[in-house]
Design a protein around this ligand. Structure first.
Ligand SMILES: NC(=O)c1ccc[n+]([C@@H]2O[C@H](COP(=O)([O-])OP(=O)(O)OC[C@H]3O[C@@H](n4cnc5c(N)ncnc54)[C@H](OP(=O)(O)O)[C@@H]3O)[C@@H](O)[C@H]2O)c1
Length: 275
């Protein structure tokens, strides 16, 4: 049983979600269906993941009611601009087999193109037209978000950013808190690499009788961050969702905080481009 967090538009999303990229077993339909069976209700995909049809198929196969789900997708760089963003949404909705999307994000700001404000205007209109329930961004810095606010008067409900104990985004999170923006964490497990072998994390895991992955996800949850762990492995999908029956102490969180280093992937939103 998960908890929820409230967005600045008055709706709620689950406090943990399910990432769908990359499912290198090529079976996003089965992965999504299984995630829903476990209890995940927040599903994260993107047009550029090229798996929206399979994710939609998994949703259709599942007995879980559509209205219980928060289906997230994203507008990629090649669709930046007002008309492009609308086309991107229609393409995603068709691929997913859904009339409406619950959370639509701009995937990256691509400031060199200077089209993210117009892209945002399309998301605002789609929300007003009832095609999208909530709108947000991904990989936007405080400067990018301020510009959206200044030029449109609308603050994103969510910003999905790289966030894990190696890259904690403290200033970004403080900005989000000040502006009522929910922080979603991508690569919350550090993509399953060195992070999950860190002695500090293993020590906490050992003390609590849980796995390293569960400790890291709990570190997110207790700080109000919404992690969206990805796994193609059924047992890990279940393990990652089973994080509501234990708590980290303040000292354990502080110990994990010491792991701060840098981004894992070097994708600086001011310069990184993905189309
Ligand atoms: N907005 C963006 O720009 C952006 C960028 C990247 C990702 N995302 C989203 O965020 C989601 C999650 O990020 P991510 O996939 O980069 O990284 P992640 O969720 O931190 O890590 C996924 C990796 O960790 C492994 N793993 C999962 N659970 C584990 C556990 N309990 N113990 C040990 N290893 C475990 C997975 O392996 P197996 O699958 O083999 O089990 C996979 O290799 C993506 O799927 C995507 O939806 C968004």
């Amino acid at each position: 049983m998960t908890t929820t967090v409230t967005l600045n538009d008055g709706t709620t999303i689950p406090s943990i979600g399910f990432g769908t990229y990359p499912h290198d077993n090529d079976d996003s339909a089965a992965n999504t269906e299984h995630a829903l069976e476990i209890g995940y209700r927040l599903i994260d995909t993107a047009l550029s993941y090229e798996n929206e049809e399979e994710v939609g198929e998994g949703i259709r196969r599942s007995p879980v009611a559509r209205e219980e789900l928060v289906v997230t997708t994203k507008v990629p760089g090649r669709f930046h601009g007002y008309d492009g963003a609308r086309e991107s949404f229609e393409t995603s909705a068709k691929s997913l087999g859904l009339e409406t999307v619950d959370l639509l994000l701009i995937h990256w700001p691509l400031p060199r193109l200077d089209k993210y404000v117009d892209t945002w205007r399309a998301l605002i209109d789609l929300q007003q037209e009832g095609r999208v329930r909530s709108i947000g961004v991904s990989n936007f810095t405080p400067d990018h978000i301020r510009r959206l606010q200044d030029e449109t008067g609308v603050t994103p409900a969510v910003n999905q950013v790289e966030l894990h104990p190696y890259f904690q985004q403290r200033e970004q999170r403080a900005f989000h808190a000040e502006h009522g923006i929910v922080t979603e964490a991508w690569s919350p497990l550090g993509r399953g690499g060195d992070l999950l072998q860190e002695p500090r994390i293993l020590e906490v895991a050992d003390a609590l009788g849980v796995s390293a992955g569960q400790v890291v996800l709990r570190w997110h949850l207790q700080q109000g961050i919404v992690p969206i762990p990805k796994s193609k492995t059924p047992s890990r999908q279940r393990e990652n969702f089973d994080v509501f029956g234990f708590e980290l102490s303040e000292a354990q969180i502080a110990s994990i905080d010491e792991l701060e280093r840098d981004r894992i992937w070097g994708q600086d939103p001011n310069t990184y481009e993905e189309f």
